[in-house]
Design a protein around this ligand. Sequence first.
Ligand SMILES: [Zn+2]
Length: 676
Amino acid sequence: MTVPAKAALGGLGVLLALSGMPSVEGAKAMTVATVSCPPREGVNLHYVSNRPPLRPNPLVKLPIGAIDPDGWLLSQLQLMRAGMTGRLEEISRFLREDSGWIDPKGKGWEELPYWLKGFGDLGYVLKDPGLMARARRWLEVAIRSQQPDGYFGPAGNKDNFDLWPNMVMLFAFRSFQEATGDDRVIPLMTKYFRYELGLPDDKLLPGSWQKLRGGDNLESVYWLYNRTGERWLLDLARRLFERTSDWTSSILSAERDRAWEESGFYHGVNIAMGIRQPAVYYQQSGEERLLEAVERNYRSVMDAYGAQPGGMFGADENIRPGCGDPRQGAETCTMVELMFSDESLARITGEGRYLDRAEEIAFNSLPAAQTPDLKALHYLTAPNLMSCDASGEHDFQNGGTLVSYDPWGYRCCQHNVAFGWPYYAEHLWMATLDNGLAAALYAPCRVRARAGDGGEVAIVEDTDYPFDGAVDLTIAAARPVAFPLYLRIPDWAGGAVLSLNGSRLDADARAGHYVVIGRTWKDGDRVRVEFSQRIEARVWDSLGGAVSVRRGPLWYSLRIGEEWKRCGGTDAWPAWEVLPTTPWNYGLEIDPARPADSVRVLAAGVPSYQPFTPEAAPVLLEAKARRIPGWKAEGRMVGRIPPGPVLSAEPLETVTLVPMGCARLRIAVFPRVRGS
Ligand SMILES: [Zn+2]
């Protein structure tokens, strides 16, 4: 039976394809369509979403606890619990009784809120009463610190009119309220924002980090507005936007290039956070130019500093003009903040490209920032990194050790890394304005949500994604529920085969779009999506034609032997250097137009509990390569990529490539090489 498009799919965005489907027993009708974005208009009946006059969000976040991660993602969260994040109070001097977050007269800045923002959510996502109780202890003190004028937190920050640490704590409060329904959070935030509203302009975001990061404050104002509808919050939001640094103009400029060290706009973490700020305010202003500014700035930063796989851009504190080689690192804070920006941008715009970007960082960059047991991390992770030593013999903006793994150092990342995976897990599924559900980020999990007319459905997502391209969804529902199910088709997907209850669907699974299946879903319905994971080669023109290899959402790097050497810390919390035991200076002999001629899948298996190690890498590739004797280390750092194709008299070898997120030492951007 064929269903007329308009009748079934009114209100959808761009409609690209509609297929008539055979009637399935028990279902009245079914539609399969391809859209660029879930509907941008409408109201989700079941979940808190933007309240007018704020623009509706095409993707609506589900409450914490709706999604239970499984498989490799669950193990990341469990390892976090047993590792640094779950036990940071044993390590961090910022989480002690003398913290200004316990005693307002003491000192307390961003560190505790950074950690608590992730630690609390880790507890809520894992539904772990022990973690939740420990988070509550810190939250209770912060709540009780509220003064009659509405300010909360360490008094010293108030004296400096420094609202930045509180912006982070507001996220922790929000999650606490969402997860527990605590009735003190909304009054507290209302009173606090009254305090902010009462600040004269010269005291509201007067300078420094808070001025650059005011977008975080803005998001929490909208969170509260959506719950209380008090219009003065929109006045505050407008003032906050106006008082925040201007992220609508070009981030990069010749003037900032000259003073790169001083410009807060060139700080990697500020860019990762600030880049989304215009889109946050777009919700209120509705000006398309704000969304355009986000994309324009993203493109310009990535073009200049992001010629590398893994979704990051080189900023080994600040971005540094002329330092666009993939040996420059990205800070761990920058990774988790950029992932969150992508998650937020996906909500605000509904566009799948932001979800592609979040996945790229999560799978390829974030795992490498920590030891596999998640008990130590480093400051900088680079696509070309051949030594994680403590020598400081690297060309980074800062001196000292930045790439050795240490639970005791890297003060901001040490705390801020906590929210990366929990927030990721919270965005796997989102609700849509036509009361549907969207598979936004793919990972093994189970979601329970209301859809359609309010019926509760659970969807078990069984997959080894990103290591495998097959995703199996099984619906559980006490009664049939009609709703649209959106399946994101990633940008790398060469195509996808979809089936329903074993029968192939005639779907146009176009990369960068969503396939939407509208139907009355019933208990036991099964959807299978198989993304084809082709081997692809990406040529980086700005790096002399250097090349990176991708298969599906994973980028691959040369497997380099790792020697782990203790370099400090304690027996319980050791610090590590990771040193190379095999050569790294290889170029690939590859035809980028036909990469599968020289690169093949060597092994593909099921992910283990911690797949992000070289030994446990579920997928291995092999490629043809030659050593490049002239490509040498500079200090302990990989030399700049030589322009290719490089002639090499060295023998042609078969080398093993591992997913770059599994490797702590890696070459993920290769010069192209030819035998001489
Ligand atoms: Zn950091």
